[in-house]
Design a protein around this ligand. Structure first.
Ligand SMILES: Nc1ncnc2c1ncn2[C@@H]1O[C@H](COP(=O)(O)OP(=O)(O)OP(=O)(O)O)[C@@H](O)[C@H]1O
Ligand SMILES: [Mg+2]
Length: 357
């Protein structure tokens, strides 16, 4: 795809805090958003995601802290001088206007000449691969094309950073999945620095270079998707990203970089984040797909099937055990469905578990 004069930059948030009266919406957040990367802010409702975006865009002034764009302190720069644009939830296209007019709208507001507008719109259309559709009405476009128009409308302003606030949350699951791929491809092709807000963890894992998990106005963990999934820093992140079983266990011993734990009547040797103290209790995390289910035998954790759910690609279970209810996802090629009430044995892929606290 064409890379036409988008001059994007890295973004840095330094000890950013925002209070609304007695509510602290964002609390001392530090973030590095590297040039040409897509960073997702992920977290439950009210954790401060939109407030961070609004501060980056200049729509909200921080209570304290600073924002740097390409090394320049832009904290007190008005929004129209930041060269940062935002794409909203519903794209907010004007349905009665054609593609050209939708993209030109912001430039007309700024009283650009018709010649300049024509060139800019043409360039933006080229970037999103919609050349030739100028005269099409917005309501005659597919969902994916509408999204491209919304992005073109942001790109036409030559932003140095693109912000997305839950752009797909109004769409059905299938379309959402396709469109997140489109956004990611476009972002990669144009190499545009992007901050993307969502509360959908699978969306965050699928499209991000880095995911920032937020909880109650603070950053809980930041890292590449694979790292957050396999080495969550705390139970909140473990539970928020994907499905997680978190079990209270007893630590028996330390053995190099493994801890020996007792889980009910079974012993496992597992990796840890921080060396635990033998004799103490700890939290052990294991993903449902890292537990194998089989017929009851002596040498495994035993349980009884409480829910058995056929899912096509997997069989999903909830199993009652002596350490509590455990989620299990069976994706083995020769799987059979163990019906409710069946006594089963659970085998843990020990090296894939983690002591997280
Ligand atoms: N203008 C405002 N005045 C007062 N409180 C506000 C204002 N804007 C946000 N807040 C509060 O700040 C906190 C963070 O809000 P924010 O909109 O950033 O959350 P969010 O993570 O985007 O949530 P959601 O996923 O629901 O969009 C919330 O407690 C919210 O009620
Ligand atoms: Mg929000």
């Amino acid at each position: 795809m064409n890379r036409v004069s988008v001059q994007t930059a890295d973004l840095k948030l330094e000890n950013l805090t925002k209070r609304f009266g007695s509510v602290t919406a964002v609390n001392n957040v530090c973030l590095q958003i590297p040039h040409a990367r897509l960073v997702t802010l992920l977290g439950p409702s009210g954790c401060g995601k939109t407030t961070i975006l609004r501060m980056i865009a200049g729509l909200e002034a921080p209570t304290s802290g600073a924002i740097y764009l390409g090394g320049e302190n832009i904290t007190s720069l008005p929004p129209n001088e930041r060269k940062i644009t935002m794409v909203f939830q519903s794209y907010a296209l004007f349905p009665h206007m054609n593609v050209y007019e939708n993209i030109a709208f912001g430039l007309r507001v700024m009283r650009w000449s018709e010649d300049r507008i024509k060139d800019a719109v043409s360039e933006a259309l080229q970037m999103v691969g919609l050349k030739g559709l100028e005269r099409r009405s917005a309501h005659e476009l597919s969902g994916g094309q509408q999204q491209r128009v919304a992005v073109a409308r942001a790109l036409v302003l030559k932003p140095r950073v693109l912000l997305f606030d839950e752009p797909l949350s109004n769409l059905d699951a299938k379309l959402r999945k396709r469109m997140r791929g489109e956004i990611r491809n476009l972002q990669r092709d144009l190499e545009i620095t992007t901050v993307y807000v969502t509360h959908d963890q699978s969306e965050a894992l699928a499209i991000s270079d880095q995911v920032v998990v937020m909880e109650n106005a603070v950053v809980s963990q930041q890292g590449p998707p694979q790292e957050l999934y396999s080495r969550p820093a705390n139970p909140f992140v473990a539970d928020f990203i994907g499905e997680a079983n978190i079990v209270d266990v007893k630590v028996l011993d330390l053995n190099g970089n493994r801890a020996v734990i007792e889980l009910g009547s079974v012993r496992f040797s597992v990796p840890f984040l921080k060396p635990p103290l033998p004799g103490k209790r700890a939290k052990f995390m294991i993903r449902p797909e890292d537990i194998r289910i089989g017929p009851a035998t002596e040498a495994a954790l035993r349980g009884v099937v409480k829910f058995a759910m056929y899912q096509g690609a997997t069989n999903d279970y909830s199993i009652d055990t002596e350490v509590g209810e455990l989620g299990v996802v069976d994706h083995s090629p020769d799987r059979i469905l163990h019906e409710r009430g069946t006594e089963v044995a659970l085998f843990f892929r020990q090296e894939r578990g983690l002591l997280i606290g």
